[in-house]
Design a protein around this ligand. Structure first.
Ligand SMILES: Cc1cc2nc3c(=O)[nH]c(=O)nc-3n(C[C@H](O)[C@H](O)[C@H](O)COP(=O)(O)OP(=O)(O)OC[C@H]3O[C@@H](n4cnc5c(N)ncnc54)[C@H](O)[C@@H]3O)c2cc1C
Length: 448
């Protein structure tokens, strides 16, 4: 049933106002919505979840450092004071460009302007076994699952008498030396060699192994050499085995296979080696790049449909130097959100949309307690200063006072007492993995 179906050529919003439908309440969609709040148009914000996730702290939720709820914020609370904005929770499956409709299982919504801001997904590069067996770190559910897996492995290891099986539980392999891989490996080392060492006194921590595997000759390739070396040295001091120039050929439910470098038996593999545009966009018949992003004009519009904007991780937008696409980063998404909002208002006022220009305010990566790196223009920082900068910027950008307070309390608890307060193992579904595990077990038993 169409929510509204007026194809008369008039604007379709309430009282004949232009109606803007925004798919995705991530950084891009939310910043666009904020900018259109109070303007003479109707905004319908659609997301498949009812909360906005602050993804830069996701790895901390996975490493039991912050509570998952403290990095998520209900969308309805965010829009409460925006009279011209409505929220609909729906998983959009199709777009009808001719009739100007977006379609979910149980609702169809018409639009005058459409903004597609559905973000990105893990890129597995067709590496066999990864999609089935590796943990990902792209949404809150992934983080809760990974946290439960880590804690479950320690509980299992404590009672496991077989040496090989126990070491497998105590081996954690992170694949991909980008920002997420580095941040998670560091946080994992702090969790394991901090509170878990106190919680499991009977476990021999010499048996614990944390690997960070990267195919390139260094981690964090977009940073200068000295910061990359600082990162690798810091991780090694923290107990992470950083293995560079090593290609993962495939993984199974209990092993990681390295090209010419043997096999790592492990129960926990975290794949952070790639990111691509959200796969559903491929089904929407739009021009897609090799990295699964949608090609857009510099104005952030689609070439074929001037009423449709694509922003955030999903959009392949040229950087100011016109040589490469902008990276998938939160500031790129928020700036594109604000820019697309301005362009929509310009279109309504019969003015031409303007080409997007990205203002790079710098990038940073945290490695662990008092250890981070930052690059602001040509200036670089590392160690304590970069770490303090990182703490302030992330706290400042979190949505909601209560969330900031919760994160601050968790960080203080961690900093002062070397404690992580959230160590619950919640039930988690790895149905495909569990199914395969059972199948492999059955096959093994049959062979015997
Ligand atoms: C673990 C991790 C750490 C990161 N750390 C940093 C960092 O330190 N600094 C930084 O700048 N960037 C970081 N990023 C990247 C940053 O989070 C992204 O660039 C940013 O979130 C992109 O914003 P977006 O709005 O395009 O997508 P997202 O924020 O991913 O939002 C997409 C939204 O679309 C919704 N959606 C998806 N499909 C549908 C559908 N079919 N129907 C309805 N809704 C849908 C989703 O539920 C989601 O709410 C990190 C990302 C991750 C995963």
């Amino acid at each position: 049933m169409p929510e509204m179906n007026n194809t008369s050529g008039q604007y379709r919003g309430k009282g004949g106002l232009p109606k803007v439908v925004v798919i995705g309440a991530g950084f891009a969609g939310l910043w666009l919505t904020k900018k259109l709040s109070g303007k003479p148009l109707e905004v319908v914000l659609v997301d498949k979840t009812n909360y906005h996730t602050f993804l830069p702290l996701l790895y901390q939720a996975a490493a039991a450092e912050v509570e998952p709820e403290s990095i998520a914020y209900p969308i309805r609370s965010i829009i409460r004071k925006m009279p011209n904005v409505r929220f609909i929770m729906a998983d959009i499956k199709e777009i009808n460009y001719e009739e100007r409709l977006v379609i979910a299982n149980d609702i169809t919504i018409d639009y005058d302007f459409l903004v597609i801001a559905i973000g990105s997904a893990t890129q597995f590069f067709d590496t066999p076994g990864t999609e089935e067996y590796a943990f990902q770190l792209k949404n809150l559910e992934h983080a809760i699952m990974l946290r439960s897996q880590i804690l479950r492995c320690f509980e299992k290891a404590m009672v496991e008498k077989n040496d090989d099986a126990r070491r497998k539980y105590l081996t954690f392999t992170v694949i991909g030396g980008g920002a997420t891989g580095v941040e998670f490996a560091g946080a994992l080392a702090e969790l394991i060699y901090g509170p878990l060492k106190k919680d499991f006194p009977s476990i021999d921590f010499q048996e614990v192994k944390i690997y960070l595997i990267e195919a390139a000759s260094g981690v964090l390739l977009t940073y200068p050499n000295h910061l990359r070396e600082y990162t690798v040295n810091s991780l090694r001091q923290m107990g992470v085995n950083v293995i560079l120039e090593t290609f993962v050929t495939h993984i199974t439910v209990e092993t990681v296979h390295l090209k010419d470098k043997g096999v790592i038996p492990t129960e926990t593999v975290v794949w952070t080696a790639g990111v691509r545009g959200a796969p559903i966009a491929e089904k929407w018949g739009l021009p897609i790049t090799r990295s699964g992003r949608i090609e857009v004009l510099q104005t952030l519009q689609l070439e074929k449909y001037s009423e449709i904007y694509v922003i955030g991780d999903l959009a392949a937008v040229m950087a100011n130097d016109n040589k490469h696409h902008l990276p998938m980063l939160a500031p790129v998404a928020t700036q594109q959100g604000s820019w697309a909002a301005t362009n929509i208002l310009r279109q309504i006022n019969k003015k031409p949309p303007l080409p997007f220009k990205y203002l790079d305010k710098g990038t940073m990566v945290t490695i662990g307690r008092k250890k981070a790196i930052a690059m602001v223009g040509k200036r670089t920082f590392n160690g304590f200063i970069a770490w303090v900068m990182w703490l302030f910027i992330h706290l400042y950008n979190l949505i909601g006072f209560k969330n900031r307070l919760m994160v601050l309390v968790n960080w203080a608890n961690d900093y002062i007492f070397y404690e992580k307060s959230i160590r619950l193992i919640l039930p988690y579904k790895r149905s495909s993995i569990i199914k395969k595990q059972l199948l492999e077990q059955l096959l093994k038993e049959e062979k015997k």
